[in-house]
Design a protein around this ligand. Structure first.
Ligand code: ATP
Length: 198
């Protein structure tokens, strides 16, 4: 079984590529989904976060008060580091666990790990290939502004806080060019799937 890590910058089209892969019935391990699930009431990571940041970050119904936690960590870099050390470790562990379940079942020739922070968290070591969804910055800017209904200034700020696409390209085994229409992206995915499964 081949394990593919799918990544890309903000609004590059990872979710879009992931959706196409799902249409081809390829199993997806979704890092963003894991990140949301692991802080649900009763989960170990939520207890760890509560132990560090206190009861104020828990809502009355036991769920995580994201707004409150956001206020704490975005004004304090050390606290953000601490939070990331909990969440990133838990996400990586869960991804490894799920990938191993697929590996042991050996039902699928290929699975995808969809992880926006694949390279930042050095998860390229966990996968056989890195697929990067890449767009030019002007396309990225326009799609981000339109999708999130934000100004050019805010969109640029968000893009600039991330590792650049050029930097990400250094680690990519496959670059999926998403500057053109959806069918162009679909075609490239289909070709790559053919290659890895042949
Ligand atoms: P994020 O990391 O911010 O969640 P993402 O990489 O998952 O973003 P998407 O949400 O898939 O990116 O795509 C960003 C926006 O661009 C969406 O509104 C999507 O519909 C649109 N989009 C993606 N690919 C194309 C394309 N080839 N043509 C036109 N629009 C596209």
């Amino acid at each position: 079984m081949k394990v593919i890590g799918l990544t890309g910058g903000i609004a590059s089209g990872k979710s879009t590529a992931s959706k196409i892969l799902k249409e081809f019935e390829i199993p997806i391990i979704d890092a963003d989904l894991i990140a949301r699930e692991m802080v649900l009431p009763g989960k170990a990571a939520l207890y760890e976060i509560e132990a560090i940041f206190g009861k104020t970050i828990i809502n009355e119904d036991g769920s995580l008060n994201r707004k409150k936690l956001g206020e704490i960590v975005f004004s304090d870099k050390e606290k953000l580091k601490k939070l990331n050390s909990i969440t990133h470790k838990t996400i990586i562990e869960e991804i490894i666990k799920r990938a191993n379940i697929y590996r042991n079942a050996n039902t699928y020739p290929v699975i995808i790990i969809d992880a926006p922070l694949l390279l930042e968290l050095h998860m390229q070591n966990l996968v056989d290939e890195v697929w990067l969804v890449a767009v030019n910055e002007d396309v990225q800017l326009n799609r981000l502004m339109r999708r999130d209904e934000i100004s050019e200034e805010d969109a640029l700020k968000r893009i600039e806080t991330q590792m650049s696409t050029e930097e990400k390209k250094k680690y990519a085994d496959v670059i999926l060019d998403n500057n053109r229409e959806l069918n162009h992206l679909r075609y490239q995915i289909q070709e790559q799937l053919k290659r890895v499964t042949s």
